[in-house]
Ligand binder design. Sequence first.
Ligand SMILES: [Zn+2]
Ligand SMILES: [Zn+2]
Length: 269
Amino acid sequence: MMDPTLEIWLRVGFAGAVFALMAAWELLAPRRTLSIGRLWRWPSNIGIVVVDALLVRLLVPTAAVGASLYAAGHGIGLLHWLDLRLSIAAVLGFFVLDFVIYAQHYAFHHIAWLWRLHRMHHADLDIDVTTGLRFHPIEILISLGIKIAIIIAFGIPPVAVIVFEVVLNATSQFNHSNVAMPTWLDRILRLIVVTPDMHRVHHSIVRAETDSNFGFNLPWWDRLFRTYRRQPQAGHSGMTIGLPIFRDRGELRLDRLLTQPFRGDKDRF
Ligand SMILES: [Zn+2]
Ligand SMILES: [Zn+2]
């Protein structure tokens, strides 16, 4: 197995490269005119990435891979019991993890206290590459717990866990980006991956649209479970991004992001 320090730096380096690529694409070919813009939002959105990284984010893949190594070493989990070839177990493991992320995202929208944590991701008043990294540390921690339980229950191989983490980070940055691409390209990409236009619908202020397109990687779960919505009703340029609450610019400050789960309406929004 790879040295964990090297593994962390490889992951950070790859995530940084994807970030630079998407940020440049956003500058060259933006999809929407940002209402607040980078200057006001990026320090907080990048600030939350640093807080997350220090608290949990760097732990996540390491702990997840650790759980996977434990399961492999002890022969625990469905995929080990089925005694499949590594390549088949890895592909199945990837699909299982992706489905769990979809189901978990659905749960974070429909269970009140989970929504309070996830709501912060949706309270961004614009959507761009940094929104894809803007999650509350407690949400990341809960997500880690669920992931470890699934990895052990299914005995998902370490290679699948590492590939999944790297791909999930890249696709999350990609599908939150404010980038324009030809309609035909979006249509083709949408067959295999969640595109920026597909995920942007999920950041609409309209609740029916917020509660659709839960996928992060593979676009198929939304179609399978009928949570798929092709486009926002107001169009990508006309739609309003964010939630009915937390619309004040001050809510984009780092300290406000961290306290949002503990403030605001008792109702869903
Ligand atoms: Zn969501
Ligand atoms: Zn999102």
